[in-house]
Design a binder for this molecule. Structure first.
Ligand code: FES
Ligand SMILES: [Fe+2]
Length: 353
């Protein structure tokens, strides 16, 4: 993934941690906000980076994103309807085509001119991994590549979108952290796990993800056997965990029999302390086990993280000296450093040449 550019951006208006959602580097990034399957024949309301947006499916099946605020009297467009691919406002029936153009004002009749200000600016939308990704600004990089996607040996499983009452930055920090496993994941794979974390070496894992490889003995309770493919009490896992700026984390798990289980962990800021969570799974299994059974263990693990993080108040600080970190926090420290640099670029990078 290309580096997040700063050169064409004004310096962020506010650089303190509580307004990270307004940083250009986040506005210029792709964020998954829904599953493709969620966009049906009705508009869908979503909040991203503090902005209300509406998603709908156009006649040619593309998915459209626009501000959820009618230019006429600011009614939420998400309570309207979709008619032949156009979004129709519920208040006075103005209709908007998939490029945001206002195409009908019923009160003016079919021949009246449409005021230029009636047209809306749509957001960039892309579909990847069964998810709808929206960029409120100009995309600085592609959605990170998961090499297993499209590999016929792997099947993909989508898992739905959940809302967590926590800061999205805390979620990424948590997903990069293995030292909480024996403390938080006592009901799933972490019970009795070694508490001391081995030395972590960070490296570029592939084109888009930066992180580390490690091995772990994981508890394998009954709920896990469909996922691990074995009923042994403990399974050995060869794992990698890495991030793609700004907020995507990937964990890969390989078992000794060659079974691989890839998780893409997506944290999308709704606002400063609310986030969407969705994860996507790829597996090179024989497809014999029902997808819901496969992901029920991952769901239980996610519920443990959610319960923990919803107890931690406020925005995750990004400054180098804001938190106390130890050797097991090395991946998070590096991600926070890189993210902080992307969100708060030096003033000179935004200045004219
Ligand atoms: S507020 Fe949408 S048409 Fe009037
Ligand atoms: Fe966790």
């Amino acid at each position: 993934m290309a580096a997040l550019p700063h050169a064409d951006q004004n310096p962020p208006e506010a650089t303190h941690a509580t307004s990270f959602i307004h940083a250009p580097a986040l506005r210029n990034a792709w964020h998954p906000v829904a599953e493709v399957a969620d966009i049906t024949d009705q508009p869908l309301a979503v909040r991203l980076l503090g902005e209300d947006i509406v998603l709908w499916r156009a006649a040619d099946d593309t998915i459209v994103s626009a501000p959820d605020r009618c230019p006429h009297r600011e009614a939420p467009l998400s309570i309207g309807t979709v008619d032949n691919g156009s979004l129709v406002c519920r208040y006075h029936g103005w209709a908007f085509s998939q490029d945001g153009s206002c195409v009908a004002i019923p009160s003016s009749g079919p021949d009246a001119a449409i005021p230029p200000a009636a047209h809306m600016s749509c957001h960039q939308v892309t579909q990847r991994y069964g998810l709808v990704w929206v960029c409120l600004g100009t995309p600085a990089a592609e959605v990170p590549t998961v090499p297993q996607d499209g590999d016929p040996a792997f099947r993909r499983i989508n898992t739905g979108v959940d809302t967590w009452q926590t800061c999205a930055l805390r979620m990424v920090d948590n997903f990069l952290d293995i030292s909480h496993f024996p403390w938080v994941h006592t009901g799933t794979f972490g019970a009795g796990q070694e508490q001391q974390v081995p030395k972590i070496d960070l490296s570029q894992l592939d084109d888009d993800f930066f992180g580390y490889a490690y091995e772990v003995d994981a508890n394998n309770p009954d709920i896990a056997t469909a996922t691990t493919g074995t009923d042994e009490d403990v399974v050995h896992r060869y794992m990698t965990t890495g991030f793609a700026l700004p907020l995507i984390v990937r964990s890969t798990i390989r078992y000794e029999d060659g079974l691989e289980h890839i998780l893409l962990l997506c944290s999308t800021p709704v606002d400063e302390t609310t986030a969407l969570f969705t994860f996507v799974v790829w597996r090179n299994d024989d497809h014999s086990v029902d997808p819901e059974e496969i992901i029920s263990f991952d769901r239980a693990i996610g519920a443990e993280d959610k319960a923990m993080l919803e107890q931690v108040a406020g925005v995750l600080p990004l400054g180098r000296t804001d938190l106390v970190s130890v050797q097991s926090d090395k991946p998070s420290v590096e991600w926070r450093r890189q993210l902080n640099e992307a969100l708060n670029p030096p003033m000179s990078q935004g200045a004219p040449q």
